[in-house]
Design a protein around this ligand. Structure first.
Ligand code: HEC
Ligand code: HEC
Length: 158
């Protein structure tokens, strides 16, 4: 009897902590993952910024070695596109599309897919212009419209 009396509060606390941690873990885990992705991106961006210091306003194709779609765009802007436009909209870090030791490399298929997705989004925007009666004057479609922080866009609400 004495043993059981001692065990009851212990068991109660155990059950409480287990249910509390299972209640908190999905969001907490998501936040930790988000933070570590952001830290990884910041680290890579700082590395590239170091290399291009003083050339931020020069055309990307004269600063980087393998530019196909961003010819003429200021080199500094490329980094914002990489961070916000690409990585955050897909919920990834740079390594999803790059060999991060060689950003010019084409080793990851996701890099070329992204060039084609860019063209796909542009085509979609131009079709959108022909639809009459929309609420926005310049209705927009970009990576986030479909991806919303996921590599694979959702197909339904469930
Ligand atoms: C969803 C895919 C994707 C992600 C994520 C991504 N990039 Fe890129 N990156 C590209 C594509 C595509 C190009 C080539 C653009 C072109 O052809 O004009 C590129 C080009 C570059 C280049 C120029 C390389 C060269 O020498 O030609 C750098 C530097 C770069 N990215 C850095 C980054 C950094 C830093 C991150 C993370 C913050 C990142 N990228 C995330 C797709 C991506
Ligand atoms: C109109 C909707 C739409 C837009 C806009 C769009 N995508 Fe996608 N994207 C898709 C779909 C659908 C897939 C295929 C998912 C699958 O495999 O079923 C995909 C797949 C991808 C993939 C390959 C999946 C992987 O393994 O990473 C990449 C990379 C990608 N998109 C990047 C982008 C980027 C970057 C942009 C913005 C320039 C963009 N997408 C804009 C719908 C879209």
């Amino acid at each position: 009897m004495r043993n059981l009396k001692f065990l009851t509060p212990v068991l109660f606390l155990l059950v409480l902590f287990t249910s509390l941690s299972s209640m908190q873990s999905p969001t907490a885990k998501g936040e930790v993952q988000k933070d570590s992705l952001a830290a990884d991106r910041a680290m890579h961006i700082a590395r590239v910024k170091d290399v291009i210091t003083g050339k931020e306003n020069m055309p990307a194709d004269s600063v980087f070695s393998n530019i196909k779609i961003f010819k003429g765009v200021p080199a500094g802007r490329i980094l914002a596109i990489m961070d916000i436009g690409y990585s955050q909209s897909l919920g990834v870090s740079c390594g999803h599309c790059h060999d991060t030791n060689d950003f010019a490399s084409e080793i990851k298929p996701e890099k070329q897919i992204t060039r084609e997705m860019w063209a796909f989004a542009a085509k979609t925007r131009s079709m959108l212009k022909d639809i009459k009666g929309l609420k926005s004057e310049t209705p927009m479609v970009n990576c986030t419209t479909c991806h919303r922080g996921q590599v694979k866009p959702a197909l339904s609400l469930n």
